[in-house]
Ligand binder design. Sequence first.
Ligand code: SF4
Length: 380
Amino acid sequence: MSGLYGLYIHIPFCRRKCLYCSFVSQACGGRPPAAYLEALLSHIRQYSRLEWLREREISSIFIGGGTPSLYDGKSLARLISAGRDSFNCQPGLEISMESNPNSLSPAQLDLCREAGLNRLSIGVQSFNDRLLKVLGRSHSRNEARQAFGMARAAGFDNINLDLMYGLPGQSLTDWRQTLEQAAALAPEHLSIYELSVEPDTPFAELRENRRLTLLAEEEVIEQENLTYSLLERQGLERYEISNFARPGRQCRHNLNYWRNGSYLGIGAAAVSCLSGLRLRNVDKAETYIKMVRRGLAPLAEGEALSREAAFRESVIMGLRMLRGVSLIDLRLHYDLHPLDYYGPALRSLVERGLIVMDDTYMRLSLRALPVANQILAELV
Ligand code: SF4
């Protein structure tokens, strides 16, 4: 077996839970358990013994969460080194880590850099203290600015900021100020998401009790339009529905997901997808630790994707990128053409000018981007 894959490592701990969060993470008050880190290292060792995996090359490592930066520099450096040393890595590997502004320190960042971390993502969300409170974030606007400065001082030349719009009580001016302050820092990458109220979150409960008022659709659209015009002027190109980058600074790890490439997931709730076989690890950190300690594979479920299911995923994920999905790759991997597979449903989207197709690529039209999720749902 040959080919590239990405390595994802999940840290399911946060200082406390944000009010909108539906990610797999639990509040730990700022001290993530050492036993979890040891379990991650053992799990990496388990996989590194597999001959067929060692024959493939890793193209990127992504440590996500949760808040990975809650671990100290030494722990993170051990994790990064284990990822690099245990597998067959491509030269010039992209190694990213997610962080929150109030869980970074210069010494920690230095150790991470020395271990090979070369891309840092900072969860800023907003440069407005009032809105950070509304979201239940544990950091301030100033801490976000300081974190960015700290990362630059430590030598990071590839930094992403996460931002959110469509927040309760967020005016167009508030959003403009956040965008302008983010742009003034000149990050290489921005990930920008509209707030979505997910089930079983405090925000969902507040909304049900009519104690949370969301913005009207027109207000959200105004914020989106402002985003695209302002960032384009700053030289940040939109390359995926929610992601913007300077030339050559697209996130390679995420590009692999959108191209429906292979990836290996380490950690609680992490998912792997290797050559059409999808595996999901157990959700609970405690169960994960126990199973890895006993030498067991910490898997909750597995599924072999059919050719058609993998094809549909490639189409849906690929359409998230502004350049679209390669029809040549689809033919090569699945021997299928989207027009033959989807028939009238896709033809209608093309006729309505929502999907553009030429001989080599199929992509969402600019007009379709604001309603991308509805369109993609038609192709599931
Ligand atoms: S920091 Fe991120 S993962 Fe953690 S609770 Fe907040 S939104 Fe969720």
